[in-house]
Design a protein around this ligand. Structure first.
Ligand code: FAD
Length: 386
């Protein structure tokens, strides 16, 4: 398989890199290691960049034109995601762009698609994904939040957890139980929920890096119009499975890893004393570099399969698992090379290995844990028994 980009794709990558470089502050990548993604600077920059990219429909470039896209290839969308992550460019509404928009496109009715999709493309709305609950993460189908039909409305009660950016979102895609009598996979429905609805309360949770964009979301007799039901009642589980599958390449983990490895290489070249007595530093960096290149091949294979009309299944789990674990290995390599220096936020080498180390912890949990990815690979990829 040929993984090289065409001249057109190379040009797109370069143009996008230059466009973002004009907006991002000088040395932003250095600052991005310590900056908190819920602080004013990050939020302001995310607003500016997301609006700028939306003007040319770049956020949704693989979407149909009638919903605000450009009908470009999945590969080009993956190159876009790669550049954004490599430059650590702040972007709003990742959930809307990468998961919820494609879910509405597949399962929403025409009215919902016409209303909501162009607003994602134009960077008007910000969405959050309201799936996980305190006792329903890997086993999502056991979720307890209830939606009871009442005339032309549903009444929602329950609690969601780990809802990324719910505190900044104006819309949420909610999974709730509509039939408690049915087997657990067959009694769930999905709803579009305005986040300012009466009865919703949002409680941000601070993560180990000090970010405040994870949330608990409580629903206390929240009224949602039946028009906001997505697809058929009680078929929500099948929609959720497909929404988790969107943006399947997981290229961002490798792009992020590339930036980190390059930074470590530059630090060692500029400060040979740092790695002087650490015999394994060169070997470790060389190993990470090999793994990175293996990873890019895994990630870019996904859009190539999609563009060839093949639906990737376990391949996406391979890429997600490998990428998440690689980011943690690189973070560990950074800690061992920088030693005590790495634990300082504003050190002389402008690289907080500790912040990067802490940030990498969630990568093997979010969007499905590594154990769940291994289950998928074993079952679907290798045909092993459950
Ligand atoms: C940064 C971050 C952002 C997130 N954003 C969102 C969001 O926007 N919206 C949302 O709805 N959710 C979100 N989540 C939640 C995420 O999807 C869940 O945390 C994840 O699915 C794991 O669920 P859990 O935390 O309940 O852990 P559990 O499912 O309780 O798992 C605990 C441990 O048991 C293991 N385990 C569980 N079942 C099995 C099994 N069958 N086989 C082997 N091992 C198993 C797990 O791998 C894990 O190690 C986010 C999580 C994080 C960390």
């Amino acid at each position: 398989m040929d993984f090289s980009f065409t001249a057109y794709e190379e040009e797109f990558q370069l143009d996008l890199t230059q466009r973002l470089a004009r907006i991002l502050p000088k040395n932003w990548q250095d600052e991005s290691y310590v900056i908190n993604n819920s602080n004013e600077k990050w939020l302001h920059l995310a607003e500016e960049i997301t609006k700028d990219l939306s003007k040319d429909r770049l956020l949704t470039l693989a979407w149909p034109k009638k919903y605000g896209g450009l009908e470009e290839t999945n590969l080009k969308q993956t190159i876009f995601n790669h550049v954004i992550s490599y430059l650590a460019a702040p972007i709003n509404n990742i959930a809307g762009i990468q998961w919820i928009g494609p879910t509405l496109m597949m399962h929403g009715n025409e009215e919902q698609k016409t209303i909501y999709l162009p607003r994602i493309a134009e960077a008007i709305d910000k969405w959050c994904m309201l799936y996980s609950e305190p006792t329903a993460g890997s086993d999502l189908a056991s979720l307890q939040t209830r939606a009871i039909k009442n005339g032309d409305n549903y009444i929602i009660n329950g609690q969601k957890l780990w809802s990324s950016n719910a505190n900044f979102a104006n819309l949420g895609l909610l999974a709730a139980r509509t039939n408690p009598e049915a087997p657990k996979h067959k009694g769930i429905s999905n709803f579009i929920v305005p986040m300012d609805s009466k009865g919703i309360s949002i409680n941000p949770i601070e993560d180990i890096n000090g970010n405040k964009n994870l949330n608990e979301v409580y629903f206390d007799n929240v009224i949602v119009s039946a028009k906001n039901l997505v697809g058929h009642e009680n078929r929500g589980w099948y929609q959720m499975a497909s929404s988790i599958d969107f943006e399947r390449s997981g290229v961002g983990a490798f792009s992020n890893a590339k930036r980190n490895i390059e930074k470590l290489v530059t630090i060692i070249k500029d400060n040979p004393n740092i790695a002087k007595n650490k015999k394994s530093a060169r070997d470790d960096i060389a190993d990470r570099w090999i793994e990175l290149n293996t990873g890019f091949n895994l990630a870019f294979k996904i859009p190539l399969l999609q563009d060839a009309g093949i639906n990737p299944t376990y391949e996406a789990s391979v890429s997600k698992l490998y990428g998440a674990e690689l980011t943690q290995k690189i973070a560990q390599t950074g800690m061992s090379i920088l030693g005590m220096d790495g634990q300082l936020k504003n050190n002389s080498v402008k690289y907080s290995a500790a912040d990067n180390y802490l940030a990498s912890v969630a990568n093997t949990i979010a969007s499905g844990t590594s154990e769940i990815q291994r289950n998928t690979i074993a079952n679907q990829g290798l045909g092993l028994p459950r």
